[in-house]
Design a protein around this ligand. Structure first.
Ligand SMILES: C[S@@+](CC[C@H](N)C(=O)[O-])C[C@H]1O[C@@H](n2cnc3c(N)ncnc32)[C@H](O)[C@@H]1O
Length: 216
């Protein structure tokens, strides 16, 4: 999926379609990362920089990596801090030496990297021992809200998004969420890729999960 064509309206639609909850999800991610002043943090699939912005406020250096030029451009326009550096690159071949970062984040990005294990191994390689990686990712909730949420994702969300942006991109969003791993399977894949352990917790009734992967 190409993010360049939707970069302009990306932030607006994120806030609208999540009913503002994306601020809360990112705040949880930063709390779980708990970065210490002066640390170096990788924000993989940094996009327009909303996660990076929340991390930079903790007085750490954030390196945001993404394959989309337009998304990176928006990020740099938004975050003027010298503590935020952007880097055009792929999660499959990160342009950093092994054990460079104290911690890492990836919000709504890993679902777009279809060679999941390859990306996870790269993240593990560039993390220092004792570091952790925090993922935020959408999930299909279970129980009573699964059917209405499926309708919202598959029908309402692409319709509303289509008014402001490219509908096909948001059809992809719904489809990719439905196809992504169940939370416990993603946790297992994280450990299989080399992380020592993985904790997970659900947000917004299971529509979003945070996974915390540790490198001991
Ligand atoms: C849904 S956006 C998330 C952006 C941002 N993290 C956020 O929370 O708003 C997914 C991002 O992943 C990026 N992406 C997709 N595949 C990638 C890859 N292989 N390496 C790096 N970034 C990638 C896209 O360009 C896009 O900016």
């Amino acid at each position: 999926m190409e993010f360049d064509p939707i970069a302009d309206r990306y932030d607006f639609l994120n806030h609208l379609l999540s009913l503002g909850q994306d601020f809360y999800w990112r705040a949880v991610m930063v709390k779980e990362l708990n970065p210490l002043e002066g640390e170096r943090i990788l924000d993989l699939a940094t996009g327009t920089g909303d996660s990076a912005k929340a991390i930079v406020e903790k007085r750490v250096t954030v390196v945001g990596v993404d394959i989309s030029f337009n998304m990176l451009l928006r990020a740099k326009q938004k975050i003027s801090s010298n503590h935020y550096q952007i880097c055009s690159g792929s999660g499959y071949a990160l342009p950093f030496k092994s054990e460079t970062f104290n911690g890492a984040t990836c919000a709504f990005g890993i679902r777009n990297m279809h060679e999941t294990t390859k990306a996870l191994k790269e993240i593990h390689r560039v993390l220092k021992r004792g570091g952790k990686m925090v993922f935020l990712e959408f999930s299909m909730p279970r129980g009573i809200i699964r059917t209405p949420y499926g309708f919202y994702l598959g029908k309402m969300l692409p319709f509303v998004a289509g008014i402001f942006s490219r509908r096909d991109a948001y059809d992809y969003l719904a489809d990719s969420i439905k196809k992504f791993y169940a939370p416990e399977d993603f946790a297992r894949i994280i450990v299989d890729a080399g992380f020592s352990r993985c904790e997970k917790r659900s947000l917004s009734m299971g529509c979003v999960y945070v996974h915390i992967a540790y490198k001991d």
